[in-house]
Ligand binder design. Structure first.
Ligand code: PMP
Length: 355
């Protein structure tokens, strides 16, 4: 830390992203929940032909892109805000709807960026433990004051909440905001986006990084009432008005136009997930029920950190979190069938070696 660093950040512990090795071909990369499939070819053709001139600034309102997102969900354009990854809409939500007197409420085991955003923005937090089985108990949030952040499906567990439970939470207190982070919803979860027309206190955050194969393009969005989106726009225009670059914007439109490609890829990932889960259970692993493009696994035969390290030695990258309650678990992204076979083969060998 330099002597110039503001004291307001002295306690800030930055988010630690999963490893991004420079020589990708050396690894089977199952550690950051990206799609193993390339972005839609039709979308790339669309972007090549429709990207706004790059000597001009990008459209600060992302009008065409927001329209395409709004049409996808059958909402008005001013109920949508496109952002630089969904991390940005989440940060905007922490900036807009939490502070030192209105805390952020979230689970003890959830997306690791929430506590960082809270700390960055000087917001108070209240951490609500998941139940013993790693499910979210909505009742634990109902009588508390503050803005709720729930990843649904949750990460790194992959467990999904039904929309009826989210509606019960949103309806229980119209005077607080509930943010539902649906980064992984396309792999078998149930989206709560339909609730935005009925309630003005729910914000849905989604991304192009997972099901839509566009993590490197950095595109996400929020959908909520016009008033919530207007507040988030105030924050955006006070931070980075041109937050979406023109190439990403046209790719986003192209990706939405080729929805059948996204849907087919999601089906393949779900099939590969079921295939992998069955094989792991046969080997004696515990696997939490996942509605995401990753699974959370543990075994009595090997400790989580050791399993991670041994897989890495065999050139398979997964994610291990050295955190209370989950240090014996590893999170494994679901990739192509050949990648999952390589992962399963390596796992079998590791179990044999550790006997
Ligand atoms: N929410 C959750 C739960 C995530 O795991 C991630 C990915 N790290 C994000 C949001 C952010 O993804 P992106 O910024 O790529 O949209």
């Amino acid at each position: 830390m330099s002597r110039f660093f503001s004291s307001k950040y002295s306690a800030l512990e930055p988010y630690v992203p999963g490893e991004q090795p420079s020589c990708m071909s050396e690894y089977v990369k199952l550690n950051t929940n990206e799609s193993p499939f390339p972005p839609s070819k039709k979308a790339m053709d669309y972007a090549l032909n429709n990207t706004r001139a790059l000597n001009l600034y990008s459209d600060p309102d992302s009008v065409e892109l927001s329209k395409a997102i709004a049409d996808t969900y059958n909402v008005k354009r001013n109920m949508v805000l496109a952002t630089n990854g969904s991390d940005e809409i989440l940060n905007f939500a922490f900036m807009a709807f939490t502070d030192s007197s209105n805390p952020a409420l979230f689970a003890d085991i959830t997306y690791g960026f929430y506590p960082v955003f809270a700390s960055l923005n000087g917001s108070r937090t209240e951490i609500i433990p998941l139940r013993e089985d790693f499910t979210i108990a909505v009742d634990d949030y109902i009588d508390r004051k503050g803005t709720v952040f729930i990843a649904n499906p949750n990460a790194p567990t992959g467990i999904a909440l039904p929309v009826s439970e989210i509606e019960r939470l949103v309806a229980s207190n119209p005077d607080r905001v509930v943010v539902i982070d649906e980064a992984y919803v396309d792999f078998g979860g149930e989206s709560a986006v339909g609730l935005v027309k009925k309630y003005d206190n729910i914000l849905i955050c989604q991304t192009f990084s997972k099901s839509r194969s566009f993590a490197g393009g950095r595109l996400g969005y929020g959908i909520g009432s016009e008033a919530l989106i207007s507040d988030l726009n105030t924050v955006k225009y006070s931070t980075n008005p041109y937050n979406i670059n023109s190439m990403t914007s046209s790719m986003g439109i192209g990706i939405l136009r080729d929805a059948s490609y996204t849907e087919a890829n999601c089906r393949t990932i779900m099939e590969n997930r079921e295939y992998t889960v069955k094989a792991l259970e046969k080997m004696g692993f515990r696997v939490l029920p996942s509605s995401a493009n990753f699974i959370f696994v543990s075994s009595d035969k090997i400790e989580g950190g050791e399993y991670y390290r041994k897989l890495k030695e065999k050139r398979i990258l997964v994610r291990h979190f050295q955190k209370p309650r989950i240090s014996s678990w590893c999170r494994v992204s679901i990739g192509r069938r050949d990648q999952m076979e390589a992962f399963l083969k390596a796992t079998e060998e590791i179990l044999k070696e550790s006997v």
